[in-house]
Design a protein around this ligand. Structure first.
Ligand SMILES: *[C@@H]1O[C@H](CO)[C@@H](O)[C@H](O)[C@H]1NC(C)=O
Ligand SMILES: *[C@@H]1O[C@H](CO)[C@@H](O)[C@H](O)[C@H]1NC(C)=O
Length: 404
């Protein structure tokens, strides 16, 4: 046993040494005898392997039997407790948000996190957050595409969050992301990011909570028509936005074939588990003009292909700078204007006319609204670990989805 531990040290040395030698001289220059002499010299003189071994040999060991069942039971109990505590916190926060919303609107002294320097925040270094924070105040992060008439949470809500941090010192950031595109963060911190750069609606914890059911999404960007380079770039950006809203269990494929719907349905069909499946299936179709194919043919293709998938596919269409009826008909899967009867049981999607290219990102990023549950869930959702935008490394978030 003692011999094997010193062998392992040597093995690591050999690996390090070889890569160094090859990099510098090439393997053919290696003299095996010299190499082994150098290695043992390094082990004894450089690392003191022999001395270490002597120390190890003198150590006293006691054998203690370990009861695996007992460890597992204790671990289970500990993990259960840990989750229970965090669920408790998020439940109380949920209640506090609901209370704040039910009170008459009163504005509090919250400013943008990127401007805490300019206002009366008292920022002090706090090791729990690894940066300067003000543990008596909240600050805001508002998206550039947030709605006007934002609803602010009042001072009592901030007081509740302060109380939570005192009562449960293990928690980190507490935040509330609204559907309007604003995030209330507690404690306030000095945000180095540019002011309107953050949108809570694209964060993993938000999207995952709003659409916890897994979904299959095919994104179709029509390049057959007149799409200019600028529009193509906007489309690509929008595609990236959609990708950023995917939760880890979603499967995504991007296609730009002319015969787009055929290809899109084919992709969905490949991963279709059968009639009992509860996965949401979505085709997102983005175009800047009338599709170049024959319209009857398009509607018939959609009808036939969706029938193969028990009409479970929802189609969302986005027209950049156009407002064409065909896009509305495709979203509704209604081909009656082109002599293709409508299948019973299809779920209509939504057509969005994007007149302003700046608006495209926002419009597409919230495509999931049409099948998000829109009802309160009884249980909090724990997000898959993700990298904290405020620099706390990998985080898990406990989230509640509040319905309307
Ligand atoms: C291990 O722990 C479990 C649970 O406490 C107990 O039922 C079992 O008898 C223990 N086994 C041994 C070998 O001590
Ligand atoms: C569970 O928590 C208790 C109390 O904090 C601790 O003493 C114990 O070692 C933990 N059990 C395991 C398996 O880590």
């Amino acid at each position: 046993m003692h011999g094997s531990s010193s062998l392992r040290v040597l093995k690591i040395l050999v690996v390090l040494f070889c890569s160094f030698t090859w990099l510098c001289y090439g393997a053919d220059l290696l003299d095996a005898t010299k190499f082994s002499q150098t290695l043992s010299k390094l082990a004894t003189e450089g690392l003191g392997v022999a001395d270490l071994q002597q120390e190890f040999d003198q150590l006293q060991f006691n054998e203690e039997p370990v009861n695996g069942t007992e460890i597992i039971l204790s671990l289970t109990a500990n993990i259960t407790n840990k989750f229970k505590e965090r669920f408790n916190v998020v439940r109380q926060l949920k209640q506090a948000v609901e209370d704040a919303y039910s009170r008459s609107q009163s504005y509090s002294r919250q400013w943008q996190c990127c401007r805490t320097q300019d206002f009366s925040y008292n920022l002090e270094y706090d090791s729990r957050f690894r940066q300067k924070v003000d543990v008596t105040k909240a600050c805001l992060k508002t998206s550039g595409s947030a709605r006007s008439n934002l609803r602010y949470l009042d001072d009592s809500f901030v007081k509740t969050m302060e109380q939570m941090l005192n009562d449960f010192p293990f928690i980190k950031w507490q935040y509330f992301g609204s559907e309007e595109g604003m995030l209330t963060v507690f404690p306030a911190f000095e945000d180095k990011a540019t002011c309107p750069g953050y949108d809570p609606r694209y964060r993993p914890w938000y999207v995952e909570t709003a659409t916890p059911e897994p979904k299959d999404v095919v994104l179709v960007i029509d390049t057959s028509g007149s799409m200019s380079t600028t529009l193509m770039n906007v489309a690509k950006e929008a595609a990236n936005t959609v990708l950023s809203t995917m939760n880890p269990r979603d499967r995504v494929r991007v296609t730009n074939y002319a015969n787009a719907f055929n290809a899109a349905f084919r992709l969905l069909k490949k991963s279709y588990p059968g009639q009992g499946s509860t996965r949401n299936m979505v085709i997102i179709f983005l175009t800047d003009g009338t599709p170049s194919d024959d319209k009857t043919n398009i509607m018939q293709t959609i009808k036939d292909r969706n029938a193969e998938l028990h009409n479970k596919v929802i189609i969302m269409t986005y027209g950049i700078l156009v407002n064409k009826n065909i896009l509305l008909d495709i979203a509704n899967q209604d081909g009656t204007s082109y002599g293709v009867s409508m299948s019973p049981g299809v779920t209509p999607g939504k057509f969005t006319s994007v007149s302003d290219t700046d608006n495209l990102r926002n419009a597409m990023a919230t495509y999931y609204d049409s099948f998000s549950k829109n009802t309160e869930s009884n249980n909090p959702i724990i997000s898959v670990p993700y990298i904290d935008a405020a620099g706390l490394g990998k985080l898990k978030t406990f989230v509640y989805f509040l319905g309307n």
